[in-house]
Design a protein around this ligand. Structure first.
Ligand SMILES: Cc1cc2nc3c(=O)[nH]c(=O)nc-3n(C[C@H](O)[C@H](O)[C@H](O)COP(=O)(O)OP(=O)(O)OC[C@H]3O[C@@H](n4cnc5c(N)ncnc54)[C@H](O)[C@@H]3O)c2cc1C
Length: 539
């Protein structure tokens, strides 16, 4: 079959949020742009469309309204503390500084100007466990979730005054980057359905094809060594095409890949009730009042696992247990109030901007979600006694790993501490619940010291939770203009750029080891703006 050819000023590979914002900024500068995406047209927007839509900003109007005192120096301290950058991480460090200094002006105000609205309460996530994390709340939720973010940005793209300069081709898989005389001159690939080859000639190429976390085998090959062997089963919570094809194509052009072992995963993944890819997983926002136990029913310790402090620590502990999964034990009351799923799909009240159902969920709990998951998700079991629960947990795994006595002891010890009264709470989880409940955003979503084995709140619920892949913190190394750096001479590769997750969200690893959360969408937008500015000669 003949090769289909395209000619453009800039070829943008990938129509996620990074590719869309790059294109918007290039259209502002009258550049002719071709977006090439492997996916279907209704998936335009990539992972942003599925995302929760929380974005990290520093000293925003929203924070000030809540009386939160934040500043760039504090945010830098928090970021660098969490990142634990290595001594050679010059570009990631420069990117982190640059982003923290500019995210509010260049991303927050940019989005407000585009018509994005944020939820009035700023959430407080990743507070830090063994080192400082977010000293103050910084997670600004887009009202309408990431779905609204993608919708609004796509709307701006389609209605741009220079939209005549834009062409979008879906179902085109880019497999290679083309070059001549040491310069990148385009990309090529295949139109998958027709099996027709295509070629794009472009003055500049921007790689915006997402990360590597959708390729579980590749992720395991790049596993973080100090954690030993990867868990046998890892659920896929990323994009089905985040398969490293583009990273490998850039590597063939001498592009430098770094920090591929820095992965942002979650410890509470469950199987999607209606999967659309192999091992499709959902990430549960782990209820803080649930008891987190290992494969045998023994509570993790001595430091109990509680979310909102250090996501990476949770994943590390599950990996160290030697099993692919752990369990969270709760009851109906806890689940109703605290259980949530990250992303737009299961947060319909927020996604569809329905204030009344949203408030009712907060006041009376999200019964619909709990009913849905306990009925349709294979990883949920319910029971009216601890014995029955342990039996069902074992039946689910087809073994007898859960020791009913260990499970009982874990629950009884925790419940007995609650019974003794607040003055005698000598339990780290309860101390943290007390701390969490001091902040309005968490008080409404966290039970007030709720026992687990409390017949008034039955059924008991056990959730089997796997490690879930999500974001790649590493990627193609880029300089502050988003130019891909060469592996051999450490100079920018002429005409080749990378943005968003493909670039490790900036510099090939802007987060170091850990993210303060909400830092992904924002850095996708910021890297996109910077690449477009450099391409169009605008600083
Ligand atoms: C459920 C969920 C919740 C999330 N919540 C948040 C949150 O609250 N806050 C936050 O900051 N981040 C969040 N994230 C992460 C964030 O959404 C992503 O990191 C971000 O959207 C990545 O954007 P991107 O444009 O770099 O890549 P992607 O969105 O992955 O887009 C890449 C695009 O490239 C295309 N592509 C891939 N390979 C090829 C190829 N070979 N040829 C052509 N096209 C190709 C894909 O089809 C895709 O459209 C969440 C993610 C998920 C899944």
């Amino acid at each position: 079959m003949d090769t289909k050819t395209y000619q453009t000023d800039v070829a943008v590979v990938g129509g996620g949020i990074a590719g869309i914002v790059t294109t918007l900024s290039l259209l502002d500068q009258q550049k002719k742009v071709l977006i090439i995406d492997r996916d279907e047209p209704d998936k335009f927007g990539g992972l942003a469309k599925e995302s929760f839509g929380g974005i990290f900003f520093v000293d925003s109007k929203h924070q000030r309204k809540l009386g939160i005192h934040d500043n760039v120096d504090l945010a830098k301290k928090d970021w660098f503390s969490f990142a634990e950058f290595g001594e050679n991480d010059d570009l990631p460090k420069q990117w982190a500084q640059d982003y923290i200094e500019n995210c509010t002006e260049h991303v927050y105000h940019y989005l407000l100007n585009k018509g994005i609205k944020f939820f009035p309460v700023v959430h407080w996530v990743e507070r830090g466990l063994y080192q400082p994390g977010n000293s103050v709340p910084r997670f600004h939720m887009v009202w309408g979730t990431g779905y609204e973010l993608a919708r609004v940005m796509i709307h701006h793209l389609k209605n741009h005054p220079n939209s005549n300069l834009l062409n979008i081709e879906f179902r085109h898989k880019v497999t290679d980057i083309t070059s001549a005389g040491g310069k990148v001159i385009g990309v090529c690939g295949i139109i998958e359905k027709e099996e027709q080859p295509f070629e794009v000639k472009a003055e500049k190429v921007v790689l915006a094809a997402g990360g590597i976390s959708g390729n579980i085998d590749f992720l395991k090959q790049n596993w973080y060594n100090p954690w030993g062997k990867p868990p046998e089963k890892i659920l896929n919570g990323s994009h089905q095409y985040a398969d490293a094809t583009i990273h490998k194509a850039a590597q063939k052009q001498n592009g430098k890949l770094t920090h591929l072992d820095r992965l942002w995963m979650y410890a509470a993944g469950v199987h999607h009730p209606s999967p659309n890819k192999t091992n499709h997983g959902l990430s549960i926002v782990p209820p803080k009042s649930a008891l987190w136990v290992d494969y045998s029913g023994k509570r993790f310790g001595p430091m109990p696992l509680v979310s909102a402090y250090d996501t990476r620590y949770l994943v590390e502990q599950v990996c160290k247990s030697g099993y692919s999964y752990s369990w969270q034990i709760m009851n109906w009351k806890i689940a109703k109030k605290e259980l949530a799923i990250s992303g737009s799909e299961f947060n319909d009240a927020i996604r569809d901007k329905k204030i009344l159902p949203f408030l009712l969920n907060i006041l009376f709990g999200n019964k619909k979600l709990v009913r849905n998951l306990t009925t349709n998700c294979v990883d949920f079991v319910t029971a009216n006694s601890i014995e029955e629960l342990a039996d069902k947990m074992n039946a689910l795994n087809g073994n007898d790993k859960v020791d009913v006595d260990a499970l009982k002891a874990s629950i009884r010890q925790y419940d007995a501490t609650i019974d003794r009264g607040r003055k005698y709470f000598n339990d780290e989880q309860l101390r943290r619940i007390a701390h969490l409940r001091q902040y309005r955003g968490d008080r409404v979503r966290t039970c007030k010291f709720q026992k687990i084995d409390d017949p008034k709140t039955y059924p008991l619920i056990a959730v089997r939770e796997f490690v879930l892949s999500r974001k790649s913190l590493g990627g193609l190394q880029t300089n502050l203009n988003c130019q891909v750096m060469s592996e051999t001479d450490h100079e920018p590769i002429p005409n080749l750029y990378a943005v968003g997750e493909t670039a490790g969200f900036g510099g090939g690893g802007i987060h170091g080891l850990r993210s303060l959360e909400g830092t992904f969408l924002g850095t996708c937008i910021y890297t996109a703006q910077k690449a477009a500015n450099h391409i169009s000669g605008k600083q």
